[in-house]
Structure formats: structure tokens, C-alpha cells
Design a protein around this ligand. Structure first.
Ligand SMILES: [Zn+2]
Length: 225
């Protein structure tokens, strides 16, 4: 009896190991990196300009760079679409469409488990504020990631009742194959939020929240290896 039981357990362990190996190989070949971080705008495209004159492109890059550093510490592999104040298409004559296409191409080539595009929002009414996540309406993976990320961002402000929102027109969301979300960290038209976003302390807090959202999306807690 005991021998048969041991054999059964042995077979079970072996089959588990095999399936781990197979799925491990599949993951290796499918994804070259865990995450792509896209700092929106850059170069001749400033994005939104805040009530305090701060440019969206600069905030996006500052937060993206912090996210990258934190991911590295947690052993989550990451690629940035840009690391300096420039458009992504790289040619001198920067056009918005070439820039967007280059970002999409990069994400589709790298095949990350998740792509996170970092932006700042604006609205005609000053009082509107709060971080919000967008996903492509027809992407189940994007939707799931957006819901998890929105929850993670709530730690920045418990009074933020914004919910992850579906979208079917944003070029980046429509054209990327891996699950992609846009994180609008805050409103540059809200004086208080614009001021906070311009400061390093809050940029760090936003980056921490985004990284904890990414960890949940990647199921880091379950892996434990
Ligand atoms: Zn933007």
C-alpha cells in the first residue's frame, strides 16, 4: 500500500514538474519582458500643460522612471518606450502619428505581460480630480488589469471614487496586442493635484501605487519562487 502510494505521489510530482517546465518555456518564449512602461508624449509634444505651468510630458517621464526603478528592485523586468525628453519615433521630424505607431510597435514586439501608459488628465472644471485607469473595451486582459490598477491607485486618495473606464477610440489601447492600460495619474487642471504631482514625494507615492498594481496584475504574490 505504502509503496503504491509513494509511486502515485512520485508520478504526481513528476507531472507537476513537467507542466511547470512546459508553462515556464511558454512564458519565456511569449514574453521578452514582464512590463512595458510608456511615458506619454515627449519632445515637441508636451501633452497637457498644468494650471501651474508644469508639462505633462515631464511628469509622465518622472513617474515612469520611478516605476522602472521600483520594478527593478522587485525583479520585475521592464522596458521603457522613452527614457528622455523625446518622441518615440526618433526621426527629427516628429509627428504625432509616427510617435504613436512607434509606441504600439514597441509594445507589440516586446510582447509584455502588461503595458502601462502613464499620462495626466485635464478637465474644464478645476475641482475635478483623481487618478483613473482606462482600458480597451474589447480586451478582457486590459479590463482585468485596469480594475486591479484602479484599486491600487485608491491608496493615494481614499475619497477617489473614480472607476476603471472602457474606451474604444484611443489608438494605443486599440492597436496594442498585449493587455494595455492607460493610467491618468491626476488632473493638471486641479490646482491642488497639479501641485502635488509636481513634487517628488507625491511622484514617488504614485509610482509605488502603480508598482503595487502591476504586482497584483502579474500575480506576484502567488508565484513565491
Ligand atoms: Zn497624455
Amino acid at each position: 500500500m505504502t509503496g503504491a502510494l509513494l509511486l502515485m505521489i512520485g508520478a504526481l510530482v513528476l507531472s507537476r514538474k513537467l507542466s511547470d517546465m512546459v508553462s515556464g518555456t511558454a512564458i519565456m518564449s511569449d514574453h521578452t519582458v514582464d512590463v512595458v512602461i510608456d511615458a506619454g508624449h515627449g519632445g515637441s509634444d508636451p501633452g497637457k500643460v498644468g494650471i501651474n505651468e508644469v508639462k505633462e510630458k515631464d511628469l509622465n517621464l518622472a513617474i515612469a522612471a520611478r516605476v522602472e526603478a521600483l520594478l527593478e528592485k522587485r525583479n520585475i523586468s521592464c522596458k521603457m518606450t522613452r527614457t528622455g525628453d523625446e518622441g518615440v519615433s526618433g526621426d527629427g521630424e516628429q509627428s504625432k502619428i509616427a510617435d504613436m505607431k512607434a509606441r504600439v510597435q514597441m509594445i507589440n514586439d516586446l510582447k509584455p505581460k502588461l503595458a502601462v501608459s502613464i499620462h495626466q488628465n485635464s478637465y474644464p472644471q478645476e475641482e475635478v480630480k483623481g487618478a483613473q485607469v482606462f482600458y480597451f473595451k474589447h480586451s478582457k486582459g486590459g479590463e482585468a488589469a485596469a480594475l486591479l490598477m484602479q484599486t491600487a491607485l485608491k491608496t493615494l486618495d481614499e475619497s477617489n471614487h473614480r472607476e476603471a473606464k472602457a474606451n474604444d477610440t484611443y489608438y494605443l489601447l486599440k492597436k496594442t496586442e498585449p493587455p494595455t492600460i492607460i493610467v491618468e495619474c491626476g488632473f493638471l487642471t486641479n490646482p491642488e493635484e497639479a501641485e502635488k504631482l509636481a513634487g517628488e514625494e507625491y511622484q514617488n507615492q504614485v509610482a509605488e501605487a502603480i508598482v503595487s498594481g502591476i504586482e497584483v496584475c502579474l500575480g506576484k504574490e502567488e508565484k513565491k519562487n
